[in-house]
Write a protein that binds this ligand. Structure first.
Ligand code: ADP
Length: 398
């Protein structure tokens, strides 16, 4: 049976899932962490709850991917590499060049390299992952799945900043958004659960993880989204600031004597929940101490406030909403956060079903039967979307 590898290569990590397609069965998944940082951790989960883990130095992505492929053979997860007929890669920035997933050619790779300016931490690592897999599995079809592609349907009133227009034409200065694969997946699942075609629905999808974004989906398409030119914009995140008045940034730089790179590192890595709480970037830690630690409580309150504000904007922009969908680390797991958010939205007809909200596990409706706007918790599955896009590319190529 044909197998497809879904790959998410970061600067020092590589996550993967191997799926049997078109059956969509996950046969192995794992991660290589701390690539190039010493004591790399390589984990694979497979079979009937089996786990393989090694800690050793893995100096670069090529070495990591070689070890990964060798482990698949040694653990008898695959009998030979020809079984892996497709590899799909998450690529963060696709700019205006890519509004859907594509088979990787030299020209596509060159564009991904050029788009590194829009995602300097991500695109180079994504491109490296593609090159190494192409070298080691030359017979497998290679497909790039862009985080930004889903948002290419936004109308210009929503993606343009109120800046001199020539910055858009010269530099592509506009909103691109992110997490598109996740928003696309949960929106489709919500439509299935509602038993209605996605094109007939107005949805707001809340991808609340360490990185977080909110998307308004209308006519089956991304209509607006909270992330911007880069994934720094929008709501408060674990360590990213989200929206800030740009003049304030220059003011702080001047007073703290910070270079542009230092300031960007603070906005990306020392702000958000971590920055406000001065305690932790992990929502769980903050929830644990919110009763006694006012900074933790303030960070949570700001997070909830930003989420609620964006929902309000999107309801106004779309002229209503049929359902909200919670996903990603916080959205899928945090019962209190979902409650805090939904309790503020009673004014437009949403009523929380406390019992369902307390349940763990799979997809569930968390609004009451008489709620005029529905709410769901839907675990995201970007890997499945990637594998499906590889499958579609294979079928087109045949
Ligand atoms: P990313 O993919 O952006 O790294 P994830 O979607 O994996 O992020 O989400 C990770 C975040 O989810 C962590 O910052 C963690 O605080 C949060 N998280 C996970 N479980 C819970 C929980 N039970 N309650 C609150 N937050 C949680």
């Amino acid at each position: 049976m044909a197998k497809t590898m879904a790959v998410n290569a970061g600067s020092s990590s590589l996550k993967f899932q191997l799926l049997e397609m078109p059956a969509e069965t996950v046969i192995a998944k794992g991660v290589i962490e701390r690539i190039g940082l010493g004591d790399s951790i390589f984990t694979i989960k497979y079979g009937d709850g089996e786990k393989y883990e090694v800690v050793e130095d893995i100096d670069n992505h090529e070495q990591g991917i070689e070890k990964l492929l060798q482990a698949l053979l040694d653990l008898e997860i695959v009998a030979n590499f020809d079984e892996i007929t497709g590899v799909g890669h998450r690529v963060v920035a696709g700019g205006e060049w890519f509004n859907h997933s594509v088979v990787v050619t030299e020209e596509v790779l060159e564009k991904i390299d050029r788009l590194a300016a829009y995602a300097p931490l991500h695109n180079p690592a994504n491109a490296m992952g593609i090159r190494v897999f192409q070298k080691l599995l030359p017979n497998a079809i290679s497909v790039a799945v862009f985080d930004t592609a889903f948002h290419q349907t936004m109308p210009n009133v929503n993606y343009l900043y109120s800046l001199p227009y020539q910055y858009y034409t010269r530099y592509g200065a506009r909103k691109y958004g992110a997490h598109g694969t996740s928003h696309r997946y949960v929106a489709n699942r919500a439509a299935d659960l509602l038993g209605k075609p996605l094109v007939d629905l107005k949805l707001i999808t809340l991808h609340l993880g360490a990185g977080a974004s909110i998307t308004a989906i209308k006519d089956g398409k991304s209509f607006d989204t909270s992330m911007g030119f880069t994934p720094l914009a929008g709501i408060t995140m674990a360590t990213r600031s989200g929206d800030v008045d740009p003049s304030l940034i220059y003011y702080i730089q001047e007073h703290e004597n910070l270079s542009n790179d230092e300031m960007l590192a603070i906005l990306n890595g020392k702000s958000g929940l971590l920055g406000v709480s001065t305690l932790s970037a992990d929502m769980r830690d903050l929830l644990d101490v919110q009763e006694t630690n006012e900074h933790a409580k303030l960070a949570i309150d700001i997070f909830v406030n930003r989420v609620v504000k964006y929902i309000g904007q999107y309801v106004a922009e779309m002229g209503g909403v049929d359902a909200l969908v919670f996903t990603a680390g916080i959205g899928e797991n945090s019962v209190p956060l979902r409650k805090m958010i939904l309790d503020k939205l009673g004014y437009f007809g949403i009523k929380l079903n406390e019992e369902n909200n307390n349940k763990r596990g799979n997809e569930i409706e968390i609004s009451t039967a008489d709620s005029t706007v529905k709410a769901f918790m839907i675990p995201t599955n970007e890997e499945l979307m990637i594998a499906r896009d590889v499958e579609a590319a294979k079928n087109e190529n045949n």
